[in-house]
Design a protein around this ligand. Sequence first.
Ligand SMILES: C[S@@+](CC[C@H](N)C(=O)[O-])C[C@H]1O[C@@H](n2cnc3c(N)ncnc32)[C@H](O)[C@@H]1O
Length: 202
Amino acid sequence: MSHYFSPDSPGASSPREIEVVLRGRPVRVATDRGVFSGERLDPGTAVLLSHVPDPPAAGTLLDLGCGWGPIALALAAASPQARVLAVDVNPRALELTARNATRLRHAVEVAQPDVLLAAEPELALDAIWSNPPIRVGKDALHAMLRTWLPRLAPDGVAHLVVSKNLGADSLQRWIENELGQATSRIASSKGFRVLAVAASAR
Ligand SMILES: C[S@@+](CC[C@H](N)C(=O)[O-])C[C@H]1O[C@@H](n2cnc3c(N)ncnc32)[C@H](O)[C@@H]1O
């Protein structure tokens, strides 16, 4: 069976349009079956977007696990001069993010994670925003975070939203202990924690 986080074909398409509010801005976006939260803005993503500070105005900003693109669209709207990257293993998610960015006149580069890293092995990130895929399981989640969080530039910060019930506090400890990156909880709302991860132990 194909899941929304699978690189396999995400199954039959059933395109739809939804209205969402991204950091105060109402937009109409394309979504589909076979992508995460295709029927609405995910409540965890909404918590992230309402608590995260503005991203840097310039530099390279990453939406890690973009789905249909709400986080990448918010990054691009907040920082039109920045380079905004959106990665996902689900090809339909990448197509939708690209289409939504074009429609809203944002420049967002979408890519499979491996393809991006093969093309730019030295890639450094000034910000990462993510609603990470907890349901892929701990090993896959940890592997993904191990790949991307150490790529923060010295002053870069990653903001992650994680459900308290799905292990936000243990993930915070894992990042500090295993990756050696200082991590603080900047918000707690509606059962979600927003974590801020620094580039180093500080
Ligand atoms: C919880 S969803 C969030 C989607 C979107 N950012 C949102 O807020 O609606 C997590 C996303 O991570 C993607 N994903 C799973 N494994 C991944 C990996 N190894 N690298 C990048 N993205 C991955 C899934 O396909 C899914 O779209």
